[in-house]
Design a protein around this ligand. Structure first.
Ligand code: PDD
Length: 285
């Protein structure tokens, strides 16, 4: 049984209980982060902590603990659950004042903070990454503040189910003719030596992996264009890929039934995956 963290205590998962009035449960009034673990160490903890703080600020939610303490909890859970490769999931909600109300409860209501681990042995040596994934396009029907990492994940979940029903692995969401992002990852295409990915804004989440990958790409003398692109442009690209804390850099080999490039993982995506894993492991804490 896993040890999880809830509001200051390390508990067996079966003993961790949250109120039915918690606003995370009733209103999806909560934010989260997913930090990957490789070789028992946290990948880009700092980036996730900074984005978490931003999400909390945007929602006027109180941070239940300082960054250093948060790092200690992450490390302690990795240690207690003997995680070699996997992830740490963190969620903070606005808590509960014992009833349901659209108005935020008063400032002195304690936020709820939950962390748990997921073990994924050999996560970095994914066989899927050697084959690449297939995606379909779907309309982006999420709310307008996708830059905040909230736990409102019903539409992304529906998107995954639509992909599954279509025999694909994931969905790229499209709004006003342009790709926003994947259901739980940022989307990219490659043309020659240029990597194209949507510019930041309220329409997408500013991925921590995205930031690192774009930096590594520039360091490797690749060109980066942060702009919108269409599904048609993606289908005509040399390569496509997605990034996230759980997939790192994952080649996309098919979009809406149309093969990308040779229909196998491209050289740029493959190289970026190698660089990303190597550099992030070096910097892991
Ligand atoms: N999802 N865009 C969306 C909508 C996401 O949910 C995620 C991450 C990303 C990539 O962000 P990062 O590189 O910081 O992981 C982009 C996490 C992994 C999840 O929900 O499990």
């Amino acid at each position: 049984m896993r040890t999880v963290y809830l509001n200051g205590d390390y508990l067996p998962e079966a003993d961790a209980k949250v109120s039915i009035f918690d606003r995370g449960f009733l209103m999806s009034d909560g934010v989260y982060e997913v930090t990957s673990v490789l070789g028992g160490k946290l990948i880009d903890f700092d980036g996730h902590a900074v984005r978490l703080e931003r999400s909390l600020n945007e929602l006027e939610m109180r941070a239940p603990m300082e960054k250093d303490d948060l790092l200690q909890v992450h490390r302690e859970l990795v240690r207690r659950n003997e995680i070699e490769d996997g992830l740490v999931y963190l969620q903070i909600t606005r808590g509960s004042d014992g009833d349901r109300d659209f108005v935020y409860p008063s400032e002195d209501v304690e936020p709820t903070i939950v962390l748990f681990t997921q073990s994924k042995p050999g996560m970095a040596q994914s066989l899927v990454a050697k084959k690449g994934i297939k995606v379909i396009s779907i309309a982006d029907q999420r709310w307008g503040r996708r830059d905040i990492k909230t736990v409102q994940l019903l539409y992304p979940s529906m998107g995954k189910m639509m992909a599954k029903a279509a025999g694909s692995d994931d969905a790229w969401m499209v709004e006003n003719g342009a790709v926003t992002e994947g259901t739980s990852n940022n989307a990219y295409i490659v043309k020659g030596n240029t990597i194209i990915t949507r510019h930041l804004g309220n329409e997408i989440l500013s991925g921590i992996t995205r930031k690192a990958v774009l930096r590594f790409a520039k360091e490797a003398q690749m060109k980066v264009e942060e702009r919108s692109f269409t599904i048609e442009e993606a289908q005509g690209a040399d390569e496509a890929f997605v990034t996230s804390a759980t997939t790192f850099v994952m080649p996309v080999v098919e979009i809406d039934g149309s093969a990308i490039g040779a229909g196998t993982p491209g050289a740029v995506a493959t190289r970026l995956r190698e660089i990303y894993l190597e550099e992030s492991c070096k910097a892991a804490v």
